[in-house]
Design a protein. Structure first.
Length: 311
């Protein structure tokens, strides 16, 4: 029997803890690095809170949980690791310092992926002497629940590395997409940023309340987007004529809507209005209760659409 993969988690915040839970559920040996003296306690609490959810999703392997180790020194965590998932704060100086530290300690075949959501791959690569086995592996929060991982490489990446990364993520139950062009925010973050910008605009002009705008998303198109992406859904939206007929029929309407979309700034006054808009539900539930509610709903959606993820 092949030994389970040894994975190093660098940075044990919310993202790192979530990755740790998924990896342990998959039977991996996990070495966690974080300089915070409370990191081990916080990660173990996260594991306790997430394990039942992972089990409900069928993501707990027979050999789970894998071995879990904690380190206060990054080089010790990556020692002998097959794969490294880096999740340290989104500040380029901190990431470059970490890369410079761990590079000499990595095995020859180790692959390193960064969870960075806003930094570009080329600027991350500048922290490496040899970035040929370093890629972007950006998950969606929380990684133990949301299947998506955005993977990106470039001409400095060794052939076969991206395929190996995608294969590893898929073995954990993840769904991967490739980002082919270096752009701020990658793909999924830009899509949600575009939607949120218009949601804020609608609030600003008084078209609807924050609560009703949120409801319009989860009770309307959000349900469809859980099954298929917008272009495929519009392909189905005009009947047997497909997307060609949809574009011909609705081009004028969409052009008019696009021309009227708003541009907003997330200034203090706008933030204050947004915060006030979620206050009612936030007051009725603690942050932990809202997280639990979110996770339960995500689990229900994932279980209901599980057949879509099977090849």
């Amino acid at each position: 029997m092949a030994k389970p993969p040894h994975v190093a988690i660098l940075g044990a915040g919310v993202i790192g803890s979530s990755w740790t839970a998924l990896l342990l559920a998959s039977g991996c040996r996990v070495s966690v690095y974080d300089p915070d003296e409370n990191a081990e306690r916080l990660v173990r609490e996260y594991l306790d809170n997430s394990w039942l959810t992972l089990d409900k999703l069928g993501l707990v392997a027979r050999q789970a949980p894998g071995e879990l180790l904690f380190h206060r020194v990054a080089t010790k965590a990556v020692e002998g690791a097959d794969f490294v998932q880096e999740n340290v704060p989104e500040r380029i100086r901190i990431k470059h310092e970490l890369y410079s530290l761990i590079e000499p300690a990595l095995t020859q075949d180790a692959i390193v992926a960064s969870s960075a959501s806003g930094l570009r791959l080329s600027e991350l690569q500048a922290g490496w002497h040899n970035p040929s086995r370093f890629v972007l592996g950006h998950p969606f929060n929380p990684p133990h629940l949301i299947p998506l991982v955005e993977v990106m490489s470039n001409e400095r990446t060794m052939p076969g590395v991206v395929e190996a990364v995608e294969g590893f993520y898929r073995s954990l139950g993840k769904v991967t997409i490739r980002v082919n062009k270096e752009i701020p925010g990658h793909v999924a973050n830009r899509l949600q940023a575009a939607l949120w910008r218009e949601a804020i605009h609608l609030m600003t002009i008084g078209a609807a309340s924050v609560e009703d705008i949120d409801t319009a998303v989860w009770a309307g198109p959000g349900l469809r987007w859980a099954a298929m992406g917008p272009t495929m859904l519009f392909h189905l939206g005009a009947g047997p004529g497909g997307l060609a007929e949809f574009c011909e029929r609705y081009a004028e309407s969409f052009e008019r809507w696009w021309d009227d979309l708003g541009t907003v700034n997330l200034d203090k006054d706008t933030a204050r209005r947004l915060v006030a808009g979620v206050t009612a539900e936030a007051k009725a539930n603690t942050w932990e209760e809202l997280c639990d509610k979110r996770n339960e709903l995500i689990v229900a959606v994932l279980k209901a659409t599980a057949f879509l993820r099977k090849e």
